[in-house]
Every structure is written in structure tokens, then in C-alpha cells.
Write a protein that binds this ligand. Structure first.
Ligand code: NAP
Length: 263
């Protein structure tokens, strides 16, 4: 019996990167998967093809998470197609990478609409579809809620709110049988980390790898495996936690030279 047989999972931002890897892993382990995307229609359809090829049910759903009406419609489509929801992974994010003094109100508004306001609305919708089931909600945060990363104030502060919401929701939904937790990835090579670092990506990656005890940067699959664990009943006793998934990157003090990483 597959681990997530008979489960229905919605993963936002599943057209690429960490969301895509999570959608494919959950499908591999038995889940029917809703692949949400905003602009990447062809990429999302390709993910659905792979889900179907695994013998699972799958659909793609388009929604701009900056638009409350589109969030509502996304869950309506999940309800119409599957009737229920067991797993909701709040993965999609977007922002403007700027210094605090250069942030305009609309940069903050758009970042917060996706990661904070949109998340609250989505969690409310998800909880309704999870009624009577042992649902799992997993949020995807980011390590610069705890550490300074240049030009990351808008998203770092939105993700800090997301981590707090993860704790509050976890307490309020536990009596309903729904488990809520989060992951906080370190550097993962994806379109958005490449956009963040621009032409400096290789140097940025090298610097991070140098201060990462595991001696490499993360892959989307590194994160997807932990998300899948949090979606499983094995993680039922973990409540309201945001787990750092970063190869140890945030542990050492920057003033300490790390021992050579061993392969
Ligand atoms: N990569 C890293 O190093 C890293 C580190 C820490 C945390 N994270 C977090 O991990 C998550 C995934 O990141 P990633 O690097 O895998 O990203 P990615 O590859 O750039 O993908 C971003 C996804 O979000 C979707 N998206 C963007 N704006 C949206 C909007 N307004 N409405 C709905 N969907 C929207 C995109 O959809 P379309 O492409 O279809 O438009 C895409 O599927 C994010 O929450 C990110 O903050 C990433």
C-alpha cells in the first residue's frame, strides 16, 4: 500500500522548483495531486503528465495568489474535482529583492498578499475541505527569518509572519485533527535563488557551501522529502514547528572555520 494512497494533495507553486519536486514525490508515494501554477501553464501540465504516468490522479489549477478571488476559485476547483483535501503545501512565493529603504508600499503589499494574507485565506479554505479527515498543512518558509540576507527584508519578514501563523494555526486546528508544520529551506538551486543572486549566483552558492557543514547546497528533493515526512502520519506528534532544512548552514557562527566537508 502506498504511503499517501487515497490522499489528495494541493501544492502551490508546483510548476517548478521545490513545489514541483514535492508534487512529484507525493504522487510517487500514492497521492492524487493538484499542481497549482500562476504563469507556468506548460510546466504545470508537464508535472501533471508525470503524475498521470505514475498511475495517480492529477490536475493543474491556475491562480494568482495575489488575488483573493482566484484563491477561492482554486479551492472550489479542488472541491469540484476531488470533494476533499488531505494535504495542503503552501509553497508559492514571490517578492522584490530590495533594501528596506528602497521598498515601496506595493513591494511589501504584493509579498505579504502571497505569503501572509493569501496564506490565511488558503488555510481557511483548506481546513474546510479537510473536515473530518486527518489533514496536513505544511508551510514553506525561508532561512532569512533568522539571519540577515541582503535585499531580503520584504520576504524575510513575510516568512516570519508565516512561521508565526504556522504555530497559531497548528494549535487551533489540532483539535480538528489537522496537523500544521513548516519547513525552512537553506539555499536551493532554483529559478528564484538564481534570480535573487543574479550574475553572482556561482559566488553566492560557493560562499554558502563553504559555511554549510554538509558541504553542498540543497536540491528541491532535499526539501520535498522533509515536506513529505511532515505530510505523513509519522509526523503527527510534531505540531506548529518550522523545521530548518539547510544542511546545517545556519548552525555555525560565521567566525568559525568549518572542518573540511567529507563526501
Ligand atoms: N530556492 C531557495 O533557495 C529557497 C530558499 C528558502 C526558501 N525558499 C522558498 O521555497 C518556496 C519555493 O521556492 P522555489 O525556489 O522553488 O521557487 P521557484 O522555482 O521560483 O517557483 C516559484 C513558484 O511560485 C509560483 N508563484 C510565483 N508568484 C506567484 C503568485 N503571485 N501566485 C501564485 N503562484 C506564484 C510560481 O508559479 P509560475 O512559475 O507558474 O508562475 C512558481 O511555481 C518559496 O516559498 C521560497 O520562498 C526557497
Amino acid at each position: 500500500m502506498s504511503q499517501f494512497a487515497d490522499k489528495v494533495a494541493l501544492i502551490t507553486g508546483a510548476s517548478r522548483g521545490i513545489g514541483r519536486a514535492t508534487a512529484l514525490l507525493l504522487a510517487e508515494r500514492g497521492a492524487a495531486v493538484v499542481v497549482h501554477y500562476k504563469r507556468g501553464e506548460a510546466a504545470a501540465k508537464e508535472v501533471v503528465e508525470q503524475v498521470l504516468a505514475l498511475g495517480r490522479r492529477g490536475i493543474s489549477v491556475q491562480a494568482d495568489i495575489e488575488q483573493p478571488e482566484e484563491i477561492r476559485r482554486m479551492f472550489e476547483q479542488v472541491g469540484e474535482r476531488f470533494g476533499v483535501l488531505d494535504i495542503f503545501v503552501a509553497n508559492a512565493a514571490a517578492t522584490a529583492f530590495r533594501k528596506v529603504l528602497d521598498l515601496k508600499p506595493h513591494h511589501l503589499a504584493r509579498t505579504y498578499q502571497i505569503s501572509v494574507f493569501g496564506f490565511v485565506q488558503a488555510a481557511q479554505e483548506a481546513a474546510r475541505l479537510m473536515a473530518g479527515r486527518r489533514g496536513k498543512i505544511v508551510t514553506v518558509s525561508s532561512f532569512p527569518t533568522l539571519r540577515y540576507l541582503p535585499n531580503y527584508a520584504a520576504l524575510g519578514s513575510a516568512k516570519a509572519a508565516l512561521e508565526t501563523l504556522t504555530r497559531y494555526l497548528a494549535v487551533e486546528l489540532a483539535p480538528l485533527g489537522i496537523t500544521v508544520n513548516g519547513v525552512s529551506p537553506g539555499l536551493v538551486e532554483t529559478d528564484s535563488s538564481r534570480t535573487y543572486a543574479g550574475e553572482d549566483f556561482e559566488r553566492f552558492q560557493r560562499d554558502i557551501v563553504e559555511s554549510t557543514p554538509k558541504g553542498r547546497s540543497g536540491t528541491p528533493d532535499d526539501i520535498a522529502r522533509v515536506v513529505a515526512f511532515l505530510c505523513s502520519d509519522d509526523a503527527e506528534w510534531i505540531v506548529g514547528q518550522t523545521i530548518m532544512v539547510d544542511g546545517g548552514m545556519t548552525i555555525p557562527s560565521p567566525y568559525v572555520r568549518l572542518p573540511e566537508a567529507r563526501p
